[in-house]
Design a protein around this ligand. Structure first.
Ligand SMILES: *Cc1c(COP(=O)(O)O)cnc(C)c1O
Length: 354
């Protein structure tokens, strides 16, 4: 694929204090863009200065939400080089999302080429301090100016990038999670297994309620029986029950996280008992009462693994691990972040150098 590169004439100052990056506020100097037009396919790949795009008020994406996205990071290693963690998985998953939302697929090799080319152009934006990274957001949406309901005939594929601070700047703090029993996020047959804005729109009311009660994230239950555990806002969830790692199986309503997949592969490699199956919130509560709920943690690109400190289900509050990170959670965190930041050898073939 030919990528035209137009460099900015007014580069921005890089953030002076990398301890204060936060998440998703600052954007690099450039972005990747490519167009899709029916009959022509994807074309006109280009890297251009980061800035506003033109869209008609009638653009279908604004009305019917035909869009998908991905999230991954570029990491800087101690020798200054830059690397990715399983980036091909992101574009594979993007095509799974594309199929469900009737969005034209991208060529995964072209998408990887675009990723490398864009990070190369903005490589000085990859943060240097430990735990910070360059968050990368690929996304596709329809642009057709039309109010009828149908799949679009015109799309943009874009990649934007944002230097982000360490998720755990003050050490790994457990998160408090609220089990949502009123709202649901997705059902089997819906779009729960895709990364699309609509799933997040559906989650906001529950998230809002959780925040009002001083919980930082929502644990979703299945939309039919309201008893099987699904996932957390933007993380998959895992339980260590009596030494066994248990996580909800992928049945169409939850996202197939790359961190989830990697954590399971590592646990299996370490000889742990691992099961992907349906698990009810009642089973978790029973394990807690029996003193067998050893660890609970979320997995996702943002935090890698995130220990759960409190789990609130109705009137029941489960306090897990005494506010500390458990041994499985810690080992997964150390191994995955160690590989990502180039501090331990990658014996899984997961690291891709820029
Ligand atoms: C992105 C996301 C995850 C985590 O996926 P990773 O590939 O591990 O980052 C989990 N759940 C939802 C709903 C997500 O959007």
């Amino acid at each position: 694929m030919d990528i035209r590169i137009e460099r900015t004439k007014t580069p921005k100052a890089k953030p002076a204090d990398e301890t204060k990056l936060g998440f998703g506020h600052i954007f690099t100097d450039h972005m990747f863009m490519m167009d899709y037009d029916e009959g022509q396919g994807w074309h006109d790949a280009r890297i251009v200065p980061y800035g506003p795009i033109e869209l008609m008020p009638s653009a279908m994406v604004l009305h019917y939400g035909q869009e998908i996205f991905e999230g991954l990071k570029a990491y800087r290693t101690p020798d200054g080089s830059i690397q990715f963690f399983r980036p091909e998985e992101n574009f594979k998953r993007m095509n799974v999302s594309a199929e469900r939302l009737v969005i034209p697929k991208i060529n995964e090799q072209d998408a990887l080429q675009a990723l490398h080319a864009l990070v190369e152009v903005d490589k000085d934006w990859v943060p240097h301090i430990d735990g910070a990274s360059l968050y990368i957001r690929p996304f596709i949406f329809t642009t057709d100016p039309f109010l009828g309901v149908r799949p679009g005939e015109h799309y943009y594929f874009m990649i934007i990038m944002s230097p982000s601070g360490a998720y755990y700047s003050t050490g790994i703090n457990p998160v408090d999670i609220y089990v949502e029993t009123n709202y649901v996020r997705a059902v089997r047959g819906g779009m729960g297994f895709t990364k699309t804005g609509g799933n997040y729109a559906a989650s906001l009311a529950g998230q809002d309620e959780a925040h009002k009660q001083n919980y930082s994230q929502v644990l979703w239950l299945d939309g039919v029986e309201r008893k099987y555990i699904e996932e957390v806002g933007a993380m998959n969830i895992m339980f260590v029950i009596d030494g066994e790692v248990v996580t909800p199986s992928l049945q169409g309503s939850i996202l197939s996280g790359i961190t989830r997949k990697s954590a399971l592969e590592l646990c299996r490699k370490w000889g742990m008992k691992v099961s992907e199956r349906r698990i009810t919130i009642q089973e978790v509560a029973d394990a807690y009462d029996a003193g067998k709920l050893d660890e609970v943690f979320g997995t996702g690109t943002a935090a890698v693994v995130s220990p759960v400190g409190h789990l609130k289900w109705g009137d029941k509050i489960m306090e897990i691990g005494g506010g500390k990170i458990g041994p499985v959670t810690q080992r997964l965190y150390d191994t995955m972040t160690g590989m990502q930041y180039g501090k331990i050898p990658d014996d899984m073939g997961w690291i891709e150098k820029l």
